[in-house]
Ligand binder design. Structure first.
Ligand code: AMP
Ligand code: FES
Ligand code: ZN
Ligand code: ZN
Length: 341
């Protein structure tokens, strides 16, 4: 059988998008995904010259694809994109992720903000920290990641933190929250969460990009990423089952997943999402209570709250990446050389 051709230019196709009933070549597939990302950023008010976006890059397929697309938009629209990688100290797994991110940013010519949690956690990686705290690794990991992302965004005076969550992730979290009737969780899973109570805004530019297309994009564009999965990831989670279920529905009704997410986000406004309201009295990070969870847990485990130290380490990583030494003032670091043509 003849190889399918791009519906737009006739070149050999790399993908058939069932929901659009269209085969696309590599270039037009890229265009297609760029339009999706642009749509989210436009609605979030972030597609403008000088908008500062921290791109949280794990080294997996989604956030690597995301960074590649954002780098392209920074060239065409003058966004300032700052890749951030957190080395969580999870043995070989973290080492692989970090190497993938380092290769990607060097290919894109972007400076990397690299934060190593071991440096602050007295030589511990996240698993040791969690063990000492007697808490599940993934929940401690999530808390550390949120803390570092927010600290980096604050140090940069960034407008938003972009994560690699794709359409399938968003659906899994929404449906799981719906099953548990957890309104607060459900309200979080919009393409954009505005800044709230000191927490920097979140944007999920791949909100309308299916997981399989994020993966395919990374493969056809030879983007460095790792397939490896976190050793602490739960097998057969409810999220996985929901994803499978929606993939079956999508087979029968192409476009169902995007349609669902569009209706979901149209119906809900991000206003009223309860965010942290205080600032931690020890480190100044946004916090629900008087002391943030990072300071509370590190104090319990290491005998002193490590928030201030982590914030200093993050500010230093930002300065190192940008090649400036501006003191540790908020939002004072200057921009990397990009998007200024
Ligand atoms: P996860 O919570 O592991 O599913 O990751 C969700 C998103 O968080 C990813 O798409 C990334 O944008 C971000 N992320 C996860 N791990 C890291 C990391 N180690 N460093 C920077 N960003 C990360
Ligand atoms: Fe954090 Fe697996 S990536 S526990
Ligand atoms: Zn084409
Ligand atoms: Zn704190």
């Amino acid at each position: 059988m003849a190889r399918p051709r791009c519906a737009i230019c006739g070149a050999p196709a790399v993908v058939y998008l069932r929901y659009a009933r269209m085969a696309l070549c590599r270039e037009h597939f890229r265009e297609h995904l760029l339009r999706r990302v642009e749509g989210v950023l436009t609605r979030a008010g972030l597609l403008r010259r000088g908008a500062r976006i921290v791109a949280a890059v794990s080294g997996g397929k989604d956030s690597s694809t995301l960074l590649d697309l954002l780098a392209e938009l920074s060239r065409s629209y003058g966004l300032q994109v700052y890749p951030l990688h957190i080395d969580l100290g999870i043995g070989e797994y973290s080492a692989h992720l970090r190497r993938a991110v380092e290769r990607l940013v060097s290919r894109l010519g972007l400076p990397l903000i690299l934060v190593e949690v071991r440096r602050v956690l007295r030589g511990d990686g996240v698993p040791e920290f969690a063990r000492r705290a007697g808490r599940p690794t993934c929940s401690v990991c999530g808390m550390v990641k949120r803390y570092v992302m927010n600290a980096a965004a604050e140090a940069l005076g960034a407008d938003a933190i972009a994560t690699g969550h794709n359409a399938d992730d968003a659906i899994a979290y929404i449906v799981k929250a719906f099953i548990g009737q957890d309104e607060e969780q459900m309200a979080k899973w919009l393409p954009y969460t505005p800044p709230s109570g000191g927490a920097v805004a979140r944007v999920r530019p791949l909100y309308e990009v299916y997981e399989r297309y994020a993966l395919l994009y990374a493969i056809v564009n030879r983007i460095p990423f790792t397939h490896e999965e976190c050793p602490y990831r739960a097998r057969n989670s409810m999220e996985d089952t929901i994803k499978e279920m929606f993939n079956r529905l999508e087979e029968q009704h192409p476009g169902l997943k995007i349609g669902f997410l569009r209706r979901f986000s149209k119906k809900r406004s991000a206003e009223g999402v309860p965010g942290p309201v205080n600032r931690c009295r020890i480190c100044g990070a946004p916090s629900q209570g008087e002391v943030c969870s990072f300071c509370r847990l590190t104090e319990r485990v290491y005998g002193e709250p490590l928030g201030p130290e982590m914030r200093r380490a993050v500010a230093e990583a930002v300065e190192k990446a940008l090649g400036v030494s501006s003191g540790s003032g908020r939002g004072r670091a200057s921009a990397p050389p990009q998007g200024s043509s």
